[in-house]
Structure formats: C-alpha cells, structure tokens
Design a protein around this ligand. Sequence first.
Ligand SMILES: Cc1cc2nc3c(=O)[nH]c(=O)nc-3n(C[C@H](O)[C@H](O)[C@H](O)COP(=O)(O)OP(=O)(O)OC[C@H]3O[C@@H](n4cnc5c(N)ncnc54)[C@H](O)[C@@H]3O)c2cc1C
Length: 458
Amino acid sequence: MQPEGSDSSVAVIGAGITGLTAAYALQQRGKRVHLIEGRPRAGGVIESVREQGFLVESGPNALLLNDPALLAFFDELGLSGELLEAGATGKKRFIVRGGRVLSVPMSPGEFLRTPLFSARAKLRLAKEPFVPRADPAHEQSVAEFTRHRLGGEVLDYAVDPLVGGIYAGDPEKLSLRHAFPLLFRFEAEQGSLVRGGLHAALSRKKSGKPRFKSRSVSFRGGLAQLTDTLAGRLGDALTLDTSLEGVDLDGGFRLRVRHLGEESRELTVDRLVVATPGYAAARLVFQGTQTPLGELGAIQYPPVASVALGFRREDVQHALDGFGVLCPAREELSILGTLFTSSLFAGRAPAGHVLLTSYVGGSRRPELALLPKDSLERLVLADLERLLGVRGKPVFSRVSSVAEAIPQYNLGYERFLSAMTEAEQRHPGLFIGGHLRDGASVGDCIRAGQALALRAAA
Ligand SMILES: Cc1cc2nc3c(=O)[nH]c(=O)nc-3n(C[C@H](O)[C@H](O)[C@H](O)COP(=O)(O)OP(=O)(O)OC[C@H]3O[C@@H](n4cnc5c(N)ncnc54)[C@H](O)[C@@H]3O)c2cc1C
C-alpha cells in the first residue's frame, strides 16, 4: 500500500447521476473533490449507445422535468438547447386488458367510455372520497391501499402495471409510504386522494407560484449527454476504474482505493459522500468499527433486462401514437411494458424505422431478466406480435441486462433509512444519498446529489 499523504477535501464514491451531481456541485462551491468510480465509464445505470442509426438507452429512457430548478441546472450545464420534450404524443399511454391495447383515459368523458374498467369499477372509484382513512399506525402496501381506496380492478389494471413501469416492482410488497409518498400524504392529511389533490391545487394557487408544466424529457444524445457533460466538467476530479475498498477512521476518513490492476493506495479526506447502490455501500468495510451500513445489503434490487428492437415502420401495425404500453401481471405476458422510443424523442431511429424498448423481469418475473439474449429477444418479439401487430424480423436488436436494477421500497424500508441516519450520526463527515434514500427517478437523484453537496460543504 502506498500512502499518498493527507488531503483536506471531499471524496464522492460512485459516479452515477447522484455522485456526478454531488461532485459537480461541490466543485462549484470551491471544494477539492475526488469522485471515485469503480467502472470504466461514468453514468452508473445511465448509458446511451448509438448503433446502426438507432440511439438506445440501456437504463432510463426519459426523465420527468417537474421542477424549475432542474431546468436551471440543465441551463447551467449548457444543455437546455439539447433538451428534447416528449410532446403531445408522450401524454398518451396504453394498458393491456384482455389482450387488447387500450388507451388510458385522459378526460372524464374518456373515463366514462373506456373499456379499461367495468361500470362497477368506475362506480367504486367515485366512492373514493367517502372511504374511511386507514389506520395510520399500520404500514400499508401499495396493493392494500389501492384495494381499500379504489377497488381491486383499479389495482389490477392501473396501479399494478404502473408499478411495473416505475419500479419493476410488486404492489403487494411495495410500501405506500416510501414508494408513493405523495399519495400517502394525501390520505394521511386529507383522508382521501380527491381531497388531497384539491387541497394541494388550492395551496399552490394561494401561494401565487406559477404552475410548472411537468413533462418527460431527454437530450439529443440521450440521457448520457447529461452524465457525460458532468463528467467532462469534473475533469481530473473523476477517477474511473477505481473502487473504494475500505475506510479507516482516525481523524477524518482514510480511504483504501484500488485502481484496476494496481496496488491499493490511501487517500485521506475529511468528508465522505457515498452515492453507490445499497449492496455496494453495505460492502464498504469501516476498519475498527461496526457500521450500520451493513444493513443496506438487504435492500432488494431485482434484475431488469431492457430489449431494444428496431423495425421497418411498415412491419408494425400499431400507430405507436403514445409513450408506450404497460402490461398488468394478470395478462401473463413476458414483458412489463414497451416504450415507443422513436415516437417519444426525435433521432432515436433511422428514417422509415421505429425503435421499441421493452422491459423484462423485475420483482414480477426476475428469472426472465437473466435469460440469454436470443431467448429474451424471442419472448419480447412474441408479445410485440400479439400486442402491436409486429410482422417480420427486427432489423436491429440490443439487449442489456442489469443484474441489480431498481431498489424496491418494500414494506419495512424504514429500517434502511434509519441505518443511513445512524451511520451518519456515528461517523460525522459521512453523507449517504441517492436512489436508495431520496427517490429512484433521475430527477430525484439530481436533487439528492445537490442536497448531498450542500450538506457536505457546510
Ligand atoms: C433499467 C432501468 C430503467 C430505468 N428507467 C428510468 C426512467 O425511465 N426514468 C427515471 O427517472 N428513472 C429510471 N430509472 C432509475 C434511475 O435511472 C436510477 O435510479 C438512477 O439513475 C440511479 O442513479 P445513482 O447515481 O443513484 O446510482 P447508479 O446509477 O447505480 O450509480 C452508482 C455508481 O456507483 C458505482 N460504485 C458502486 N460501488 C462502488 C465502489 N465501491 N467504488 C466506486 N464506485 C462504486 C457504480 O459503478 C455506479 O456507477 C431506471 C433504472 C433502471 C436500472
């Protein structure tokens, strides 16, 4: 081991969007930052690949721009001119019922006419404001909450597919409080979703704040244009192919880091920001002391495969006039859903072609996500033929499997949040955040990175 001398600065571990944002914000505040990334590239699960004229995302495809601060951040990075909006088509979504691809109603009139829900389910929905509030002492699963407030059919044909699309998760296991905190608050504070929504709208109006129009966005070069830009701004502060192996705590943090194929070296910093997944944080060895971070190894990250297939336009019958289609578990399809990628953002497929990105696995059928690529392609193609009228072979295919994909905010998640708080209290100067604590969406992770930097710079 080669001691490298002391360095009064901040180390950020993990160059996903959380760690990149945190390191960039710390650098902007004049801090000396070391961003340490174990893999040969920055971005974490965000990866955009251009192949044969198609632009494919291995991880997230879009981020929800729901906050003016996010827009200001993209502007600061010189990226606002590169933003692509999903546009009107992106508002329309489809759900499968009885093998048919049905559009999700967007207005009261459409809701009354839609065959997605039976007349009984529609009546049941109308009773929501009168359903008694659940016992606040009992932690509800998303499924339990939906059955109680909205009925079983809404669970099966709206919430279950939505949960598959957002978390690749199981509504019976996900905690309402942690996976959908806004809905939890609406019920806890106003006793109903309808009253909660009205109250939120009224409060916003009273505050006089202009309404920010939320929309799904990406960048011309894919989401990796954001992570690549951040990595570029960080320059030498970012070290790739280098893993944090352990931490000695004797006045500051003495880190043992190992660059691929080299001996471990030491780096001493007085603040340490951990922006890794839970299973990686759990493996960090804090020398000479027990740390509650070991708990984080129990956070579930089921595998997800993303299967991007390109077709000639005339080989797909469906109009592809929307964001994509979600598949309820009851429909017993292999896919969780499919994004109409080339309808969402310009430049994702060559002229005369379309790109469809399907997701397989998650909590629903984890065993499928790790199948060989040709089996995955076959399964997806069979579903696309049934649902979207795909004919003929794809002209392009790219399959990427993430063995540990999206954290599941399951029942009992509070114990992981407590472990992170306890670790920070036990080791002053340690800060933990990102998808395992602050919300799993890309936007949540950007906000988490900024908040981590604020705390670590204080
Ligand atoms: C398939 C998929 C689809 C998704 N779709 C969407 C979507 O459409 N929209 C959306 O908003 N969100 C989506 N998400 C969620 C979102 O992309 C992630 O939650 C977010 O990008 C996570 O960022 P992060 O920086 O917190 O973690 P990560 O991206 O996991 O980054 C953590 C980094 O830490 C590094 N690391 C780990 N251990 C060490 C160590 N010891 N030393 C050094 N480095 C280490 C890893 O190599 C990695 O680069 C999706 C996620 C997946 C997997």
